[in-house]
Design a protein around this ligand. Structure first.
Ligand SMILES: [Zn+2]
Length: 155
Protein backbone atom coordinates (compact mmCIF):
# COMPACT_ATOMS: atom_id res chain seq x y z
CA UNK A 1 0.00 0.00 0.00
CA UNK A 2 1.88 2.99 1.25
CA UNK A 3 4.88 1.00 2.40
CA UNK A 4 8.33 2.16 1.47
CA UNK A 5 11.78 0.76 1.97
CA UNK A 6 14.03 3.15 3.90
CA UNK A 7 17.79 3.09 4.29
CA UNK A 8 18.72 3.89 7.88
CA UNK A 9 21.82 4.11 10.01
CA UNK A 10 21.99 3.40 13.72
CA UNK A 11 22.88 6.69 15.50
CA UNK A 12 24.90 4.76 18.10
CA UNK A 13 27.02 2.30 16.09
CA UNK A 14 26.51 3.47 12.47
CA UNK A 15 25.07 0.09 11.51
CA UNK A 16 23.40 0.56 8.11
CA UNK A 17 20.14 -1.28 7.46
CA UNK A 18 16.99 -1.19 5.38
CA UNK A 19 13.50 -1.28 6.78
CA UNK A 20 10.02 -1.43 5.28
CA UNK A 21 7.67 1.09 6.86
CA UNK A 22 4.15 2.34 6.38
CA UNK A 23 4.23 6.02 5.37
CA UNK A 24 0.56 6.92 5.73
CA UNK A 25 -1.90 6.03 8.46
CA UNK A 26 -5.50 7.19 8.58
CA UNK A 27 -7.28 7.05 11.93
CA UNK A 28 -9.58 4.07 12.28
CA UNK A 29 -7.95 2.02 9.53
CA UNK A 30 -5.73 0.07 11.86
CA UNK A 31 -6.40 0.67 15.58
CA UNK A 32 -3.49 -1.59 16.54
CA UNK A 33 -1.09 0.86 14.92
CA UNK A 34 -2.66 3.81 16.72
CA UNK A 35 -2.29 1.92 19.98
CA UNK A 36 1.41 1.53 19.21
CA UNK A 37 1.80 5.24 18.56
CA UNK A 38 0.03 5.95 21.84
CA UNK A 39 2.26 3.65 23.88
CA UNK A 40 5.43 4.89 22.24
CA UNK A 41 6.49 1.70 20.45
CA UNK A 42 5.49 2.65 16.91
CA UNK A 43 8.74 4.38 15.96
CA UNK A 44 11.03 2.52 18.33
CA UNK A 45 13.64 0.28 16.88
CA UNK A 46 16.26 -1.97 18.46
CA UNK A 47 19.54 -2.04 16.58
CA UNK A 48 20.38 -5.58 15.49
CA UNK A 49 24.08 -4.89 15.99
CA UNK A 50 24.47 -2.84 19.18
CA UNK A 51 21.09 -3.56 20.76
CA UNK A 52 20.36 0.10 21.58
CA UNK A 53 16.77 1.27 21.46
CA UNK A 54 15.87 4.48 19.68
CA UNK A 55 13.09 6.16 17.72
CA UNK A 56 13.23 6.03 13.93
CA UNK A 57 12.46 9.15 11.91
CA UNK A 58 11.23 8.67 8.37
CA UNK A 59 8.55 10.33 6.27
CA UNK A 60 5.23 9.46 7.84
CA UNK A 61 1.81 11.03 7.69
CA UNK A 62 -1.03 10.46 10.14
CA UNK A 63 -4.46 11.88 9.55
CA UNK A 64 -7.51 11.91 11.75
CA UNK A 65 -10.25 13.15 9.42
CA UNK A 66 -12.14 16.11 10.84
CA UNK A 67 -9.66 16.49 13.64
CA UNK A 68 -5.94 16.89 12.87
CA UNK A 69 -2.96 15.55 10.96
CA UNK A 70 0.63 15.01 12.07
CA UNK A 71 3.59 14.63 9.76
CA UNK A 72 6.99 13.23 10.60
CA UNK A 73 10.07 14.21 8.59
CA UNK A 74 7.70 14.96 5.74
CA UNK A 75 9.87 16.18 2.90
CA UNK A 76 7.11 16.80 0.40
CA UNK A 77 4.87 19.86 0.44
CA UNK A 78 2.19 19.31 3.02
CA UNK A 79 -0.63 17.12 1.88
CA UNK A 80 -3.87 18.76 1.07
CA UNK A 81 -5.79 18.29 4.24
CA UNK A 82 -8.71 20.23 5.67
CA UNK A 83 -7.44 19.53 9.19
CA UNK A 84 -4.74 21.42 10.99
CA UNK A 85 -1.38 19.84 10.19
CA UNK A 86 1.37 19.59 12.81
CA UNK A 87 4.87 18.75 11.63
CA UNK A 88 7.47 16.88 13.66
CA UNK A 89 11.12 16.10 13.12
CA UNK A 90 11.50 13.11 15.45
CA UNK A 91 9.52 10.06 16.47
CA UNK A 92 9.56 11.25 20.08
CA UNK A 93 7.97 14.56 19.09
CA UNK A 94 5.38 12.72 17.02
CA UNK A 95 4.43 10.43 19.90
CA UNK A 96 4.15 13.36 22.28
CA UNK A 97 1.99 15.40 19.93
CA UNK A 98 -0.20 12.37 19.23
CA UNK A 99 -0.79 11.86 22.98
CA UNK A 100 -1.57 15.54 23.46
CA UNK A 101 -4.00 15.77 20.55
CA UNK A 102 -5.65 12.43 21.32
CA UNK A 103 -6.36 13.42 24.90
CA UNK A 104 -7.63 16.81 23.67
CA UNK A 105 -5.16 18.68 25.78
CA UNK A 106 -4.00 22.18 24.88
CA UNK A 107 -0.45 21.61 23.58
CA UNK A 108 0.62 25.10 24.66
CA UNK A 109 -0.37 24.26 28.24
CA UNK A 110 1.45 20.93 28.04
CA UNK A 111 4.65 22.58 26.78
CA UNK A 112 4.46 25.28 29.45
CA UNK A 113 3.83 22.84 32.32
CA UNK A 114 6.58 20.59 31.03
CA UNK A 115 9.03 23.49 31.07
CA UNK A 116 7.99 24.47 34.61
CA UNK A 117 8.35 20.89 35.88
CA UNK A 118 11.78 20.58 34.28
CA UNK A 119 12.89 23.79 35.99
CA UNK A 120 11.42 22.74 39.32
CA UNK A 121 12.73 19.16 39.48
CA UNK A 122 15.62 19.24 37.03
CA UNK A 123 14.60 15.76 35.84
CA UNK A 124 13.24 14.29 32.64
CA UNK A 125 9.58 15.19 32.16
CA UNK A 126 7.27 13.25 29.83
CA UNK A 127 3.63 14.12 29.18
CA UNK A 128 1.43 11.12 29.99
CA UNK A 129 -2.21 12.16 29.52
CA UNK A 130 -4.86 14.78 30.05
CA UNK A 131 -8.21 14.32 31.76
CA UNK A 132 -10.54 16.88 30.20
CA UNK A 133 -13.30 16.30 32.77
CA UNK A 134 -11.04 17.19 35.68
CA UNK A 135 -8.75 19.56 33.75
CA UNK A 136 -5.84 17.48 35.00
CA UNK A 137 -2.53 17.12 33.19
CA UNK A 138 -0.41 14.08 34.03
CA UNK A 139 3.35 13.98 33.62
CA UNK A 140 6.05 11.48 34.41
CA UNK A 141 8.84 13.23 36.26
CA UNK A 142 11.48 10.52 36.00
CA UNK A 143 9.26 7.61 36.99
CA UNK A 144 6.89 9.51 39.30
CA UNK A 145 3.49 10.35 37.89
CA UNK A 146 2.47 13.90 38.81
CA UNK A 147 -0.93 15.46 38.27
CA UNK A 148 -1.34 19.17 37.64
CA UNK A 149 -4.66 20.92 37.65
CA UNK A 150 -4.85 23.60 35.00
CA UNK A 151 -8.13 25.04 33.90
CA UNK A 152 -6.99 27.98 31.84
CA UNK A 153 -6.78 27.66 28.10
CA UNK A 154 -3.82 29.46 26.62
CA UNK A 155 -4.69 32.41 24.50
ZN1 LIG B 1 23.51 0.14 16.61
Amino acid sequence: MNKRLFSMTCPYCDHPFEILKETVLIAGMDPGQEERIQNGTYFSHVCSRCGRLYALAYPFYYRKPGSYAITLAWDKPEKESPERVYSCATGEQFTKLFRILESQADWRVVFRLERLLKQKYNKSVVFESFDSNKSMYYFFVDSDLKAIHCKTKEK
